[in-house]
Design a protein. Structure first.
Length: 497
């Protein structure tokens, strides 16, 4: 077979009887308008450069239409060609906008009155969740050989949801999303902002779906502090493990070098209610939890009351007296609070509170009133508490322990956790010498050698020395005098913790 093209000029100039035909504008215009006639046919092998095949020469029409399906994973359109199973041409292309919903699994496609057929990608691979996104423009081509609609436009980006997760205990988190997710599929993705710091292994329930464990690294359970309040995390659902896997890193949370380390710490009795309230303020305080993870509490300003229970009150039991109570700063992942406890090591934390730091102590006296104190950092100042006055030593220049009520008075002035005691030692009536130390070896001793001749009494002393003595044994000091005269006096002014 051959294809022949015949071209006939529109006008030919001639010479007649030796006279040339005159050229006019109309004749010139006729010459530029030839007639072309095509006869015969062309086979495929006659066109070689572009390697045209019969399949390529039979692409059907291209229709733009709207998706009017109301069911997920079942997409249906209406064209102006009224396509049927018998009339649709192989290679027909339809382009439409996904207006119903993002697909969640393998999907079907139906045009006009045609039978619904599988919508596939990569020649004959079923669609996966998220391949068709709500609002995405999609092009599909009819493949008569497989009776499927082939997706010829790129698949949609994965559906990434955003959710704000809340939890009452730092363990079980829930969050709504929009539009509501009705089923979890492998690869489902969500960006979550956590409302509170986690306190242990975590589960996450999106919308009304069943809660699933949240895992890190190689499918490991989370530990307390892996998620911080207001932190964002990227989660992907793994249907094989039936877990949410966290792709974003967990919180880099290193143990604090010193729990209770503080900046600008001040503790004192409350000015309005000094007998049962104490104030705690600090620029920063380092807290720890049971996993040795730390939290930095900043701009701390708290008032705790022994008359209350729980956060900012007494941890457990009824108020006791006389007894030492300890001041704590605690944290539950969102709120910093204070706590009063009879324990200096293991307070009973209110529900949800996992971080704590011991910051101070207060003595509740026999009248159930707080003893006034002023604490800056770890140093505590007291109104002078007399231990003894006009006291005689049992022997000259020999260290002796406090006895009877003296030891009780010291124990009411300094708590068991005190590391040193601030003392004033001297003579109460006339010239005398006294030394006070941390043990009978004289470790950390302060010495008052006697009074100034003719001096008058000031704060019940006629001669004294003040200093800091180590509490080698809790709430215990020893003392001695240069004589056995009953001239000695000892006061406590404060302590360090």
């Amino acid at each position: 077979m051959a294809l022949t093209a015949t071209v006939t000029p529109g006008k030919t100039l001639v010479t007649a009887n030796g006279v040339a035909e005159l050229v006019t504008n109309s004749k010139l215009n006729q010459g530029f308008a030839p007639t072309v006639a095509l006869t015969g046919t062309a086979d495929e092998n006659q066109i070689t450069n572009a390697a045209v095949t019969s399949t390529k020469t039979k692409v059907g029409p291209h229709f733009f239409c709207a998706n009017n399906s109301s069911a997920v994973n079942d997409y249906r359109v209406t064209t102006n060609a009224a396509l049927t199973n018998g009339t649709v041409a192989d290679g027909t292309i339809l382009t439409f906008e996904v207006a119903s919903a993002t697909n969640t699994a393998a999907s079907t496609f139906k045009a006009d009155t045609m039978t619904a057929r599988n919508l596939v990608k990569q020649f004959n691979v079923a669609l996966a969740a998220g391949d068709l996104r709500l609002g995405q423009m999609v092009s599909v081509m009819w493949d008569a050989s497989t009776t499927t609609w082939q997706l010829i436009s790129p698949v949609g980006n994965p559906d990434i949801r955003h959710a704000a997760a809340i939890s009452a205990d730092g363990l079980a988190y829930t969050a709504p999303s929009s539009p509501t997710l009705t089923a979890l599929t492998n690869g489902a993705r969500v960006v979550v902002v956590w409302a509170t710091t986690n306190t242990g292994a975590v589960t996450f329930a999106l919308d009304s779906l069943a809660p699933k464990a949240v895992r890190k690294l190689n499918d490991q359970a989370l530990v307390a502090g892996d998620l911080l309040a207001n932190q964002f995390s990227f989660l992907v659902y793994d249907s094989t493990l039936d877990h949410w896997l966290m792709l974003s890193p967990v919180t880099i949370n290193t143990p604090a070098t010193v729990v209770g380390l503080s900046r600008g710490l001040v503790c004192k009795v409350n000015a309005t209610n000094p007998t049962y309230q104490a104030d705690i303020t600090a620029d920063d305080v380092v807290l720890k939890n049971a996993s040795d993870l730390s939290y930095l509490a900043s701009s701390v300003s708290l008032t705790v009351a022994i008359s209350s229970s729980g956060a900012n009150g007494l941890d457990t039991g009824a108020e006791a007296s006389p007894t030492w109570y300890y001041l704590w700063v605690i944290y539950n992942g969102s709120t910093v609070a204070g706590l009063i406890s009879a324990s200096s090591t293991a307070p009973t934390l209110p529900s949800g509170y996992t971080y704590k730091a011991l910051v101070g102590a207060v003595f509740n006296n026999s009248g159930s009133d707080f003893t006034r104190f002023w604490q800056t950092g770890r140093r505590v100042q007291l109104a002078p508490a007399n231990i003894f006055t006009a006291k005689a030593a049992t022997g000259a220049d020999t260290y002796q322990a406090l006895t009877g009520g003296e030891a009780t008075l010291l124990a009411a002035a300094v708590p068991p956790i005190a590391k040193t005691v601030l003392l004033t030692a001297g003579a109460s009536t006339t010239q005398n010498s006294i030394a006070v130390a941390g043990d009978t070896n004289g470790v950390g001793s302060i010495v008052s050698a006697g009074d100034v001749a003719g001096a008058t009494t000031v704060s019940s002393f006629v001669g004294c020395s003040s200093g800091e003595v180590p509490l080698i044994t809790a709430q215990t000091v020893v003392w001695k005098s240069g004589s056995t005269n009953a001239y000695n006096r000892l006061d406590v002014n404060g302590y360090t913790i």
